[in-house]
Design a protein around this ligand. Sequence first.
Ligand SMILES: Cc1cc2nc3c(=O)[nH]c(=O)nc-3n(C[C@H](O)[C@H](O)[C@H](O)COP(=O)(O)OP(=O)(O)OC[C@H]3O[C@@H](n4cnc5c(N)ncnc54)[C@H](O)[C@@H]3O)c2cc1C
Length: 455
Amino acid sequence: MAQFDLVVLGGGSGGYACALRAAQLGQTVVLIEKDKLGGTCLHRGCIPTKALLHAGEVADSSRHSSDFGVNTQFISIDMVGVNAYKDGVVARLYKGLQGLVKSRNITYVEGAGRLISPNTVEVNGEQYTGKNVVLATGSYPRTLPGLDIDGVQIITSEHALHMDRVPASAIVLGGGVIGCEFASVWKSFGSEVTIIEGLPHLVALEDESSSKQLERAFRKRGINFELGTRFASATKDANGVTVTLENGATFTAEVLLVAVGRGPVSAGIGYEEQGIAMDHGYVLVDDKCRTNIPGVWAVGDLIPTLQLAHVGFGEGILVAEEIAGLNPRPINYDGVPRVTYSEPEVASVGLTTAKAKEKGIDITELSYDLAGNGKAQILKTAGSVKLIADKSGRVLGIHMVGDRVGELLAEAQLIYNWEAEANDVASLIHAHPTLSEAVGEAHMALAGKPLHAHG
Ligand SMILES: Cc1cc2nc3c(=O)[nH]c(=O)nc-3n(C[C@H](O)[C@H](O)[C@H](O)COP(=O)(O)OP(=O)(O)OC[C@H]3O[C@@H](n4cnc5c(N)ncnc54)[C@H](O)[C@@H]3O)c2cc1C
């Protein structure tokens, strides 16, 4: 039986971040992974989808280049070429990550692990015991009753990332982040796209104003959507997939992408037998990611926190530092930056108006229209920066829509997490002409000294 300070089960964002940080802090670590180091984010999530979105952006640039006085011609999407580009990005990052794990002297074990006691994981008949065990087995794409995922006509994001053709038409079931990103890609690639969402808005967890702007932008791009009506059934034939909604409406398309959320990977791997407390399959933890069993921790999509790669990184690092006695601060999940990388992007940090009101906070809101921003005019993008502050001027939420606004979150998250007031930010000079000026201008306006803003 091999003994370690730390046994990490699952080599995705949460697991490998924990392993890397623990090794850096002098712990002996074994990292167990049944598929590929890097997990969902690197192989089936963040990275490949963003490569597809970038290819879509290039396609749109070539279509609209004459708007900038440049004559090009959009001919077609070559999925072999797109996939080669995407897979090349993933392969380079995968190689880099493998090198990183090796360089930190982490023992890497390939195989499906099972928790056989609170401090032991069994893999390929071998047992690995740790003073601490970190569960990081991630998530899988959920489906709905009555949907037969065949990987060809009815697919999940995992199949959508490996398509050898652009579907002529697609129905996207679910208007959350993943659904909106694929809808955006396919539209850029030339498909007819319809999103079906049971809630009243696309990206419903975002501030309502951001959802409405995204809906307006998608409508302008010709992306169809049905909101507030629930899925009833789907049937397949040679022409494609027909989806019927509870209100009787029907839609037919070549493919149906099921993007209705992701569930935790926690069944059949010993968690129940060891008495790990769970709810709907999610492993329950305290604010330091401790489970109810001493010495067993859990991070990433497996626990009921935001399902984002950088949340997994943060939780993995938190656990490694807590075990090493550094007493790190718990994560403030409201301060986690969130981006939907569609065209246009939606980015936010902090509270939405609805959440602030729910907490009974007396708020001030300000929306700065990107129409007043020089760089936005140059890029021909529309959108806004919306601020939510309390009556003392402390910024409680920043919500942005527009091309490239995801990059503006670097500043927005500092403003929120360092508890800045509008006045603090208003006095900082932003480079001209950049999109980041819109963040500065919004704070200037909120502080009562607007520059390039009317009213
Ligand atoms: C299409 C898509 C796009 C996304 N885009 C973004 C984005 O842009 N930004 C962002 O922040 N997040 C994004 N995400 C979410 C992000 O990928 C996840 O939040 C992140 O991967 C979670 O990390 P994790 O370590 O918890 O789980 P995972 O990455 O799922 O890793 C878990 C690992 O555990 C392994 N495993 C499971 N069971 C066992 C076992 N019994 N034995 C051994 N190994 C096991 C799995 O093989 C897997 O590699 C996206 C997700 C999807 C699906």
